[in-house]
Design a protein around this ligand. Structure first.
Ligand SMILES: C[S@@+](CC[C@H](N)C(=O)[O-])C[C@H]1O[C@@H](n2cnc3c(N)ncnc32)[C@H](O)[C@@H]1O
Length: 479
């Protein structure tokens, strides 16, 4: 299939990758990096004919909004909005597209429905919907985020969902709003749309939090807010009605919750202590000489460090969680942060496991690799465990999967994907104890990894292990 994208006012661009065109909606495959696509566009597919405008994901410059006027902060480091909110995305089998004039008729159908509008001030006249739409269009121009029309196959508008900049009780807020035609209620669409919009806003560094106001009788919306992590803050009176004000803090970077100790990056210590040995220590052992000195950065409970020490290597395990380090016995523990580690000592092998290298912040990633390189002997090897690009192919918004590892049952839910950034939550269950860990990870290509290693003065030797999820690097020869 061949897609022609006619960008306005840009010149015609030909796109020959079939994943960029999906029949009936023309939306980009969620697995494709959205950050490389063109601007506001209409698309025509030679096989399926004309498609709607707004069918192509677009990236925008960083949004300049938020109650604090800044971007969200991920565990102490700022994540700059690299892409802004997308113009379109897929959710629950629908296409969410930035609202534009072409959606007026569909939105009038929505706003004139008495059931839809029962909790939104009653049915609206066409002129009122038109005025709201004008406002929403202007807000997209001004703020870089706004409302999306939710379209089913064939282009029928079945709802809207999105964010509005507003002032509540004198405070500038970003507010969630959505409505769906009654025939589409009860299918989880609102929950999926809200989850993804909030996730995208977090990845775009849009605001510190998102609010929603809902009346006490609107049980369905209260359930949606509950499922998507909004917490009740207080009551307020709006347009003469008492409503609950709900707030969802945008992913503040990695966090975890559950019983017992949880590390700064959200790992539950009890879970890591319960996970059975895996084959990774053997993979590492196969790559190093007998009796090597080994530095394990982010060693956790020592799932790699301990078996390596048992095999006769001299292992120093570094972690910023004392609770994790308490599980080390054969390996030597060191409580420290990798970012500032300067041991004045060098090791035959340095391990940077558990996808720490897929850090969402490229500067932080580079810092980890610089520290690793600085602790390698001239002939030493850095062994990096990463999330290879193939893993990201399935990580589109709404993706869920489960697995059982020993006694630990895990579940993964992907909230949103924006360019190379993916936000997700893992849940762990061990007997009757449950934890959740939220994280944001960045897709790296082989070349990205090669370049990042080169920037640390290292040369990527090869990829090895399952799916090439490990990389071996050595000091680059002097030029
Ligand atoms: C996902 S756990 C994995 C632990 C171990 N590598 C394993 O495979 O079981 C990540 C570990 O890295 C540690 N960690 C993450 N960032 C760190 C940093 N900047 N400095 C020190 N430790 C860090 C966390 O405390 C946690 O114990």
């Amino acid at each position: 299939m061949h897609v022609v994208v006619e960008s306005v006012p840009r010149p015609v661009l030909a796109v020959s990758d079939p994943r960029w065109c999906i029949p009936a909606c023309g939306l980009v495959d969620p697995a494709v990096d959205a950050s490389i696509l063109v601007g506001r566009a209409s698309a025509r597919c030679v096989r399926f004919g004309p498609l709607r405008t707004h069918a192509i994901l677009r990236t925008r410059p960083p949004a300049r909004v938020g109650p604090a006027g800044g971007s969200a902060s991920y565990a102490g480091f700022p994540v700059r909005s690299e892409a802004g909110m997308p113009e379109a995305f897929r959710v629950a089998g629908l296409v969410a597209s930035r609202v534009g004039p072409e959606y007026l008729d569909g939105l009038v159908g929505l706003d004139s429905d008495p059931q839809v509008m029962a909790s939104l001030g009653g049915p609206r006249a066409r002129e009122v919907t038109e005025a709201h739409l004008r406002y929403d269009i202007q807000q997209w121009e001004r703020e870089g985020f706004g409302m999306y029309a939710l379209g089913a196959d064939g282009g029928q508008v079945i709802g809207r969902a999105g964010l509005r900049a507003t002032v509540l009780a004198g405070v500038r807020e970003v507010e969630l709003g959505y409505s769906l035609l009654p025939g589409w209620w009860g299918r989880g669409i609102a929950t999926a749309a809200v989850d993804q919009i909030v996730g995208l806003a977090g990845l775009a560094g849009l605001a510190g939090s998102i609010t929603a106001t809902v009346g006490p009788a609107n049980r369905a919306s209260l359930r949606v807010l509950d499922k998507t992590g909004f917490a009740h803050q207080r009551q307020l009176v709006r347009a003469g009605e008492t409503m609950g004000l709900y707030r969802r803090v945008l992913p503040p970077g990695p966090w975890g919750e559950g019983p017992g100790a949880v590390t700064a990056d959200g790992c539950p210590v009890a879970v890591y202590a319960a996970l059975p040995a895996d084959g990774r220590a053997q993979l590492v052992d196969d790559r190093i000489r007998a009796g090597s000195s080994v530095l394990d950065l982010g060693c956790g409970t020592g799932r790699i460090a301990e078996p390596l020490a048992a095999l006769g290597h001299r292992v120093l395990g570094v972690d910023n969680s004392p609770e994790m380090l308490a599980h080390l016995h054969a390996a030597q523990p060191l409580h420290a942060d990798i970012a500032t580690l300067d041991l004045g000592d060098r090791f035959d092998a340095v391990i940077l496991a558990s996808s720490l290298v897929n850090h969402p912040d490229p500067t932080a990633r580079q810092g980890l690799l610089d520290v690793a390189a600085a602790h390698l002997t001239p002939s030493g090897v850095l062994l990096v465990e990463w999330q290879p690009p193939s893993w990201f192919e399935q990580w589109h918004a709404g993706h869920t999967s489960t697995a059982t590892i020993g006694d630990v049952a895990t579940g993964l839910r992907v909230h949103a994907r924006l360019g190379d950034l993916v936000s997700a939550t893992v849940t762990y269950q061990l007997a009757d104890r449950r934890w959740s860990q939220h994280f944001t990870t960045r897709r790296l290509t082989d070349d990205d990894l090669r370049r990042a290693l080169a920037d640390a003065g290292l040369h990527l030797q090869d990829l090895f292990g399952p799916d090439g999820s490990w990389a071996a690097a050595v000091h680059a020869p002097p030029r």
